[in-house]
Design a binder for this molecule. Structure first.
Ligand SMILES: Cc1cc2nc3c(=O)[nH]c(=O)nc-3n(C[C@H](O)[C@H](O)[C@H](O)COP(=O)(O)O)c2cc1C
Length: 347
């Protein structure tokens, strides 16, 4: 109810501008110890039964913030006040880049969805590494990496991922190779078996410390492509799969065709992505006999959506659009429901 009014106000403004405003405000609150305490008290649940140990890493609870919200790792502390069990920063590329021209983020309130074509806007590796060096990381941190827009040749693309991996793994509990954003040309081609094998081979050779390495996949892929990905993941000892990124599909939306057309390209997140994403989770879990840890991302806007992902085979959950539409109370509500449904043992 409380968030309903805040949301009404926030939704009056441009989505990207309000994002930066929100970040500014919570950064400010985080610096005032008693306000930080009040926010934490309102949103965080501390209960050992929520802990999950996945690919050797402890997560204080299974509900995380998906990549793209804190692309530059500037908000890890402030965001931890809202009760997330883990936060994934990025996507980070070797060189800084501005991303696509604005406007590039749009709300579809009738669909509880967003369309974005941000295009990996980020401050680049060096600046982010400097920032992480100075930070005390208060919770489990995933770092999501990608390639620069200007990187076209296959060998250079691999080198972009290696450069990011080498510089960032000391600060990460796990690293994610983003091979599925629809807003960077040529990226999703990396999901094809031959390219994926080469990429993972190179990175795993560099991965002497056995940092859990995950891949994030698109929802717009065939069963055959998923089968290939599963076999590559098993062969290259990849720690897990994040399923899924945003979709390029525009099927079944409640928003008018004119509005969708006027927005143009981009990936859809939120409710319209839910079914597609869950189907992929269910398929991977079944096909791999539940041997591959899956982080569910895509269309979790309610407690029921979250429990459905767990039932489908997800080990951990990530939220982005649900955080925008439902507010931070959603994280607490999901964690409470998980405690009720799985009181003694995690999913
Ligand atoms: C504005 C925006 C920016 C995003 N940026 C990234 C990104 O940089 N890297 C990435 O892997 N995913 C990115 N995503 C995808 C989210 O991490 C998530 O996988 C997707 O939105 C589906 O989850 P949701 O339905 O809970 O939003 C972005 C999503 C949005 C809405």
């Amino acid at each position: 109810m409380y968030y309903y009014f805040i949301k009404k106000f926030l939704f009056l403004f441009d989505p990207e501008k309000i994002h930066y405003f929100f970040c500014y405000v919570i950064n400010f609150f985080y610096k005032i110890p008693f306000v930080k305490k009040i926010i934490c008290k309102a949103y965080c649940i501390k209960d050992k039964r929520l802990q999950r140990k996945v690919f050797g890493i402890t997560f204080h609870n299974p509900v995380g913030l998906a990549a793209g919200f804190d692309k530059n790792g500037q908000m890890i502390g402030p965001l931890s006040m809202f009760g997330f069990g883990f936060i994934e920063i990025g996507t980070i590329t070797p060189l800084p880049q501005n991303g696509h021209p604005q406007p590039r983020l749009f709300r579809l309130p009738k669909d509880q969805a967003l369309i974005n074509r941000m295009g990996f806007n980020n401050q680049g590796l060096n600046k982010i590494v400097e920032r992480l060096k100075k930070k005390k990381i208060p919770l489990t941190l995933g770092i999501n990496i990608g390639k620069n827009k200007s990187t076209i040749e296959k060998k250079d693309i691999i080198s972009d991922y290696i450069t990011c991996f080498d510089a960032l793994y000391p600060y990460a509990h796990y690293v994610v190779l983003n091979i599925s954003s629809p807003n960077t040309q040529g990226l999703r081609k990396l999901q094809q078996k031959e390219d994926l094998l080469i990429l993972l081979d190179y990175i795993q050779k560099k991965n002497q410390k056995n940092i859990p390495l995950l891949i994030k996949i698109a929802p717009d892929i065939t069963k055959e492509a998923i089968d290939d990905i599963i076999s590559v993941v098993q062969e290259k000892k990849i720690a897990g799969i994040i399923a899924t990124n945003t979709t390029t599909s525009r099927v079944g939306l409640k928003t008018s065709v004119q509005k969708i057309k006027s927005i143009g390209d981009g990936g859809i997140s939120g409710l319209p992505l839910k079914e597609k994403s869950t189907k992929i989770i269910r398929y991977i879990a079944k096909k791999s006999n539940h041997t591959i840890p899956i982080i569910a991302s895509g269309g979790i806007l309610s407690v029921a959506d979250a429990l459905e992902k767990i039932e489908a085979g997800a080990t951990l959950l990530q939220i982005y659009t649900g955080f925008i539409y439902q507010g931070p109370g959603l994280i607490k509500a999901i964690n409470k429901a998980i405690l009720e449904k799985y009181p003694s043992k995690g999913p």
